[in-house]
Design a binder for this molecule. Structure first.
Ligand code: 13P
Length: 254
């Protein structure tokens, strides 16, 4: 059985006070529901990590960071290493988000280093992949995603690969209000799982959670999550409102 996961990615939003409020609200809703069938993750900004960690009940909620350094330690002003992240209590690290790729020039080689560093520090990478609009329009979206996975992930030993989660986030759906249709999501998630079958064992492919991200909200999460290969979501805008985020979590349960 693979994990059902709903992870919020707060991106560069909220002040510390607002972040604490949001974490409190989500924590109250999730812990009161006493539902452990979904892994709930809050992807907070680094500087809120320690505070948010004090608030959440780890029986119900885990913390992700949104990035990590591609070097283990040293003179890299402004960077945050996997060891530093691990020492705060975070469990997950989002790697390869399309915003990191687009605005910070992160490419597969660097992402591969980050994935390896994170795994060595017992952090779970949530590896993001996905095509841009023009790539989908050209019909090369499968090639793009395959290339991303080939270069950043598929050199991992099977035992290491099994620890990660993957998020398919078509760039054209992120923050646009235009989500992939359930069929488009299922088609790409199946494609990704088939790639894993080709590279590793079938059992490994069946054990990896593949999340969908891109304008996922309470009004569409039900139908997106109803697909057999969609194991949850990576949620941006809708994770900034506790009620919306909780509704999305519940649609995965249902
Ligand atoms: P939105 O849910 O705001 O489209 O963002 C998705 C995303 O990028 C999550 O990582």
């Amino acid at each position: 059985m693979r994990n059902k996961i709903v992870a919020g990615n707060w991106k560069m939003n909220k002040t510390l006070k607002e972040g604490i409020e949001l974490a409190n609200e989500v924590n109250n809703l999730v812990s009161k529901s006493n539902n452990k069938s979904v892994v709930v993750i809050l992807g907070t900004p680094f500087i809120y990590l320690a505070e948010v960690n004090k608030i959440i009940d780890p029986k119900f909620i885990s913390i992700a960071v949104q990035n990590c350094a591609s070097e283990p330690e040293g003179a890299y002003t402004g960077e945050i290493s996997v060891e530093m992240i691990q020492s705060t209590g975070a469990k997950y690290v989002i790697i390869g988000h399309s915003e990191r790729r687009a605005y910070f020039g992160e490419e597969e080689q660097i992402l591969n280093k980050k994935v390896n560093l994170a795994l060595a520090e017992n952090l779970i990478p949530i590896f993001c992949c996905g095509e841009r609009l023009e790539e989908r329009e050209k019909g090369i979206h499968f090639d793009i995603v395959k290339n991303q996975l080939d270069k950043a992930l598929f050199d991992l030993e099977e035992s290491e690969f099994r620890k990660i989660a993957i998020a398919y986030e078509p760039v054209w759906a992120i923050g646009t209000g235009v989500n992939a249709t359930p069929d488009q999501a299922q088609e790409m998630h199946r494609f990704i799982r088939n790639l894993i079958v080709e590279r590793y064992e079938n059992e490994t492919a069946e054990s990896i959670s593949i999340l969908y991200g891109g304008s996922c909200k309470p009004s569409n999460s039900n139908e997106l999550f109803a697909n057999p290969d969609v194991d949850g979501g990576l949620i941006g805008g809708a994770s900034l409102k506790a009620d919306d985020f909780f509704a999305i979590i519940n649609s995965l349960t249902g």
